[in-house]
Design a protein around this ligand. Structure first.
Ligand SMILES: Nc1ncnc2c1ncn2[C@@H]1O[C@H](COP(=O)(O)OP(=O)(O)OP(=O)(O)O)[C@@H](O)[C@H]1O
Ligand SMILES: [Mg+2]
Length: 493
């Protein structure tokens, strides 16, 4: 999943999961606190949970009136009980179990105060009911001072006086329970949010931070020159892509460093080869010249042999220097091209005849096949194209390792291009080397020995020349089977 997707999902989860957990925990806590209220107060069982969360006063509506109504009914039947202290004590002890008590007032004088024992003082400013019609009816609960609420029951005594019994409920516990409940709700909500957001942050950041750490380690490895490692990442997101790109970059960097090293080695090798290749013929030329000067070549035959050797040696020096000069001219775009429109078929026939002679001298079979029926013209610099083909053929000869060696040249026409393919059955080129053989100074390891000789400039020169002709050059090869070098040059009218 992408990082964007992960963040969206974690944000949704960050909202929904705590919400769900809060609801579950809230319901649990509420049940707990409702049980507590039931144990402390005489409330009816149809107490609605919601009312408690919204407003603790809601509870007041659920104060159980059954007991109060019973007492009121008894008093209605026998009002004189209102002055019976034992009866009042009994009633009060019933009520006092659930944070409530009774007060009895006759006229304005308190004749019984059931709350006195418990809370020390119930000096409550209780108003006696003023209206007569409320005497037998049980009025609503009223709020008295502070945390006390009450319900008044008034009755006319036989002596004509009015007396009232007050049922008082002390709500102080209810409010402390409510405060505890709200605190528990807020605390659990905060804990849930902290826990869930911490958990989600941990998981999301873990999936980002771990690969980032290995990327950081990777950059340190590269900084220290270590390119033989792999940054592992299983994630399929942007970070995974980044790790893959990083691995690609490391591979490319490694390849380019290896290539650079190869070039560097080739260059060193080249300098040493050139020095050696120039030094050897010069030493022998010097030797032969000294021989002539000192009169060692005292017969015409000896003299001829000496002079021929001097000539061959200077020729190979000339070839090497020529190759170096050609490459540097091509490299600096200073090579002059003399393009001519030629009939490629007759040109190739002549050139192949010349080459056949050289190749067969080396005991290698040679064949040339022309597959072009119609007339075909190309615009080329004949000398340079000669050089390219000779170079390729000389490679085929140089890297031939078979007893029954063969070189087959073929020419065909394809999509407006003349394709010349030079196929040999020599030692072939490895897959890795195939990418580099057209680079200057590149020589495959096994051929970098003194037996084959060479500068690694041959194919680089060929490529530059063909590119100057607007053509293409490429190689197909299989190790130990052979190589097929192909040239493509556009035909012209
Ligand atoms: N026909 C071939 N068969 C096998 N290997 C080849 C062939 N042609 C080229 N190569 C490989 O490609 C490398 C580059 O060839 P290139 O002609 O550029 O250099 P060279 O032959 O080593 O030196 P130079 O041509 O400058 O004397 C060679 O060193 C050889 O390893
Ligand atoms: Mg060569």
């Amino acid at each position: 999943m992408s990082i964007k997707g992960k963040l969206i999902l974690s944000n949704i989860a960050m909202f929904l999961v705590p919400l769900f957990l809060c609801i579950v925990v809230f319901l649990g806590i509420q049940n707990l606190y409702l049980k507590k209220i039931h144990s402390e107060y005489d409330v009816s069982t149809n107490l609605k949970k919601r009312s408690f969360i919204m407003n603790p006063y809601g509870e007041l509506r659920f104060i159980n009136l059954k007991k109060i109504n019973n007492v009121a009914a008894k008093l209605e039947r026998s009002p004189e009980k209102l002055e019976d202290i034992n009866f009042l004590k009994n009633v009060n002890s019933e009520f006092s179990k659930k944070n409530s008590y009774i007060i009895v007032k006759k006229e304005k004088k308190t004749i019984f105060d059931g709350g006195k024992n418990e809370s020390g003082s119930t000096d409550v400013n209780l108003k006696l009911s003023q209206s007569n019609d409320r005497i037998t009816k049980m009025p609503e609960f009223f709020m008295s001072s502070g945390e006390l609420i009450g319900r008044e029951f008034s009755i006319h005594l036989s002596d004509g006086t009015q007396a009232s019994m007050f049922f008082i409920v002390n709500t102080s516990k209810l409010f402390s329970i409510y405060r505890e409940f709200i605190t528990a709700l807020i605390a659990s909500a905060i804990l849930i949010i902290i826990f869930i957001s911490g958990l989600l942050t941990f998981f999301v950041s873990r999936s980002i931070l771990i690969p980032l750490k290995s990327l950081k380690k990777g950059t340190e490895n590269i900084k220290n020159g270590d390119l033989d490692f792999e940054v592992k990442s299983n994630s399929k997101d942007e970070i995974g892509d980044l790790c893959e790109a990083f691995n690609d970059m490391r591979k490319k960097l490694k390849e380019s460093i290896e290539l650079q090293n190869q070039y560097e080695n080739n260059r060193k090798e080249l300098i040493s080869n050139i020095s050696h290749d120039l030094k050897t013929p010069i030493t022998s030329i010097k030797g032969y010249v000294e021989g002539i000067r000192d009169g060692v070549a005292d017969t015409p035959e000896k003299m001829e042999k000496y002079i021929n050797t001097i000539y061959t040696k200077s020729q190979s020096m000339d070839y090497l220097i020529d190759e170096l000069l050609t490459y540097s001219k091509l490299d600096m775009n200073k090579m002059h091209f003399d393009f001519q429109r030629i009939d490629i078929k007759s040109y190739m026939e002549d050139l192949m005849e010349e080459i056949r002679f050289d190749v067969e001298k080396k005991k290698i079979n040679f064949s040339y096949t022309n597959n072009i029926k119609e007339k075909a013209y190309v615009k080329v610099d004949v000398q340079n194209i000669n050089r390219v083909i000779m170079n390729i053929i000389s490679n085929s000869i140089k890297y031939m390792d078979k007893k029954e060696g063969s070189i087959a040249v073929s020419m065909s026409l394809k999509e407006g291009e003349v394709i010349i393919a030079i196929k040999d059955n020599g030692k072939g080129i490895s897959k890795e080397a195939l990418n580099y053989i057209f680079d200057r100074f590149y020589r495959e390891d096994y051929s970098r020995n003194s037996l084959t000789g060479g500068s690694g400039l041959g194919l680089a020169i060929c490529k530059k020349i063909i590119e100057e002709h607007g053509g293409r050059i490429w190689a197909e090869s299989e190790e130990n089977v052979g190589t097929n070098m192909c040239l493509a040059i556009k035909i012209c009218d």
